[in-house]
Design a protein around this ligand. Structure first.
Ligand SMILES: Nc1nc2c(c(=O)[nH]1)N[C@H]1C(S)=C(S)[C@@H](COP(=O)(O)O)O[C@H]1N2
Ligand SMILES: [Mo]
Length: 270
């Protein structure tokens, strides 16, 4: 499946999702329990988005104000996992370097951590799995209007950033991926970026496990990021490197992500 910006809910650029809004207002308990994967979320915040400003920078500031630094996204119980996590975007990368990793069961895989760090790292999956782990059952919201609840296990990104000695005042973390998305002249490597606040958020993990199993190829093996307060397209799968930087202009088309280069907003808070 691919995203067509024309089909993007027209308020996505300014969306202040119901969850985020109610959480900000302290009304989480009033939201209906949601379970499994389901469609039809397109209108869920129609009222709110219509009254919000359109400038992404303003949205960003407003959401940051409402959400706070460390507010947690809602976590669910085991019984609320009803279906497998629905694979979307790239689900079976054909890039030769990725296929080579699949062929050797990811044993040669190394996560590169570089940029504004005191100690650049090259981490094997064994090293990542030996780090402190966090498991969380959370809801994934795709901009296309579907959601899934799934259980993710991985190492907090903040731990990896600490190990690498990431510069404390650096602004962004960029994820570069193995997969190429799109065809013909539009084909490009997937990448994403987040600010340091989301990078250091306690629920931001580099996940290698899904629903108590290893992460499947369709969901981003061997490593994908979870950023629980933003939409699905921010959560890079098939991560090959992490770069700490103040400047997004050197990556992809310069807008901070594959979909951002094609018109999506950089801050996709929900
Ligand atoms: N590398 C990479 N990451 C990606 C994508 C992709 O195509 N390539 N798609 C994004 C989108 S739009 C969504 S909704 C989620 C889908 O994650 P899932 O396949 O685990 O459901 O991954 C995101 N991360
Ligand atoms: Mo998505």
């Amino acid at each position: 499946m691919t995203h067509n910006p024309k089909h993007d809910p027209n308020g996505r650029s300014v969306r202040l999702g119901r969850r985020g809004f109610l959480r900000g207002a302290g009304l989480v308990a009033a939201t209906a329990p949601l379970a499994g994967c389901f469609d039809g979320l397109g209108d869920r915040d129609g009222t709110i988005r219509n009254v919000m400003e359109t400038a992404n920078s303003l949205t960003y500031r407003v959401q940051r104000m409402l959400l706070g630094m460390d507010d947690l996204a809602r976590e669910y119980s085991e019984s609320e996992i009803r279906q497998p996590q629905r694979p979307n975007g790239s689900t079976d990368p054909r890039d030769p370097d990725y296929l080579a990793l699949v062929a050797s069961n990811f044993s040669p895989y190394r996560l590169e951590v570089k940029g504004a760090v005191g100690r650049p790292l090259s981490l094997s999956l064994g090293e990542l799995r030996a780090m402190p782990a966090r498991t969380q059952i959370t809801r994934h919201d795709c901009v296309e209007g579907w959601s899934c609840i799934a259980k993710w296990t991985g190492v907090p990104l903040s731990h990896v950033l600490d190990e690498a000695g990431a510069r404390a005042d650096a602004r962004f973390v960029v994820f570069e991926c193995f997969d190429t998305l799109g065809g013909g002249a539009g084909a490009a490597k997937y990448y994403e970026s987040i600010d340091m606040r989301d990078a250091r958020h306690p629920q931001t993990i580099l996940a290698y496990g899904l629903n108590d199993q290893g992460l499947p190829v369709s969901n981003g093996a061997p490593l994908r990021v979870r950023i629980e307060r933003q939409l699905g397209y921010k959560m890079a799968k098939y991560i090959r490197s992490i770069t700490v930087t103040d400047d997004l202009s050197g990556f992809g088309g310069g807008a901070g992500g594959y979909w951002e280069d094609r018109g999506y907003e950089w801050f996709a808070g929900i």
